[in-house]
Design a protein around this ligand. Structure first.
Ligand SMILES: Nc1nc2[nH]c(SCC(=O)O)nc2c(=O)[nH]1
Length: 279
């Protein structure tokens, strides 16, 4: 499985690690740590050395209750660092944004993919995604409350239907299927039961025959179970990443690239020796 962008391609035959470069001032675990050019470049260089195949750059916090920022503010935060990274490193760059204006500007400077945790639900985002013609990751994250009748609620069906609708919308305006990645959206509008039902059954997404990206690193679904702060949850992060990797997702979005890269090496060995007839 390969994805193409900006005259290059990303080979997804083996699990690709997406290293997080968080340029927001208020993130749970790494807010304000990399918001100067030298710190951002140093961290990016380390993530690449440690095995990241994609760097995901985000300027807007998606924390519940986080302050909304304008497209101008978001661009101010990410553009200087984004341009410096593109100039210095030969690595795929993803931008974590939902705003059409930001998508247009980052395409111009050579970004490879858009990581939209609102799955093109903001006004103008769908058409912009078509016009910029970049790979786009659609994440399950309904903007309105989804839990209607608790009894009948089934998170797998909810995620499947949501992604099906978003993919159909993309198809209907001419977005190429080879530009679409999907993501179950751990932590977005979900409780513990939802998150762990999703993690336990990720293979339900395989019928889309699209690259699957998962972002679990340092999320509440782990820190609340372990009763530790997000930054203390490395073992929990790696456990969830291995569980996802064993279910053949294509991309894992993480903070701890070096440790994840080591864990993925073990998973790849197991996959190599796994005998299908014993499944
Ligand atoms: N594709 C994708 N992008 C993301 N961006 C964030 S921001 C919140 C955090 O890292 O805790 N989460 C995700 C995720 O789960 N999937």
């Amino acid at each position: 499985m390969k994805i193409y962008s900006q005259k290059s391609f990303l080979d997804l035959t083996h699990i690709a690690i997406m290293g997080i470069l968080n340029l927001t001032p208020d993130s749970f675990s790494d807010g304000n740590k990399y918001n100067t050019l030298s710190k951002a470049l140093t961290h990016t260089k380390k993530m690449i050395k440690d095995g990241a195949k994609i760097i995901d750059i985000g300027g807007e916090s998606s924390r519940p209750g986080a302050k909304n920022i304008t497209a101008e503010e978001e661009l101010e935060r990410i553009m200087p660092i984004l341009e410096a990274i593109i100039k210095r490193f030969d690595i795929w760059i993803s931008v974590d944004t939902s705003k059409p204006e930001v998508m247009k500007e980052v395409k111009k400077v050579g970004v490879h993919m858009i990581n939209d945790v609102r799955a093109l639900q903001l006004p103008g985002a769908l058409n912009t995604a078509y016009n910029i013609n970049l790979p786009i990751c659609l994440t399950h994250n309904p903007l309105k409350n989804i839990r209607k009748n608790f009894k009948k609620y089934d998170i797998l069906r909810e995620v499947d239907c949501f992604l099906q609708k978003k993919i159909s919308k993309c198809k209907s305006i001419g977005i190429k299927m080879q530009n679409i990645l999907i993501d179950p959206g751990f932590g977005f509008q979900k409780n513990h039961v939802d998150n762990y039902q999703l993690l336990a059954n990720l293979t339900f997404l395989k019928h889309f025959k699209l690259p699957i990206l998962v972002g679990i690193s340092r999320k509440t679904m782990i820190s609340q179970i372990l009763k530790k702060t997000p930054i203390q949850c490395l073992s929990g992060n790696l456990s969830c990443i291995v569980i996802a990797a064993m279910q053949n997702v294509q991309i894992v979005r993480v903070h701890d690239v070096k440790e994840t890269s080591q864990a993925i090496k073990i998973v790849e060995m197991i996959k190599y020796y796994k005998k299908d007839e014993y499944n």
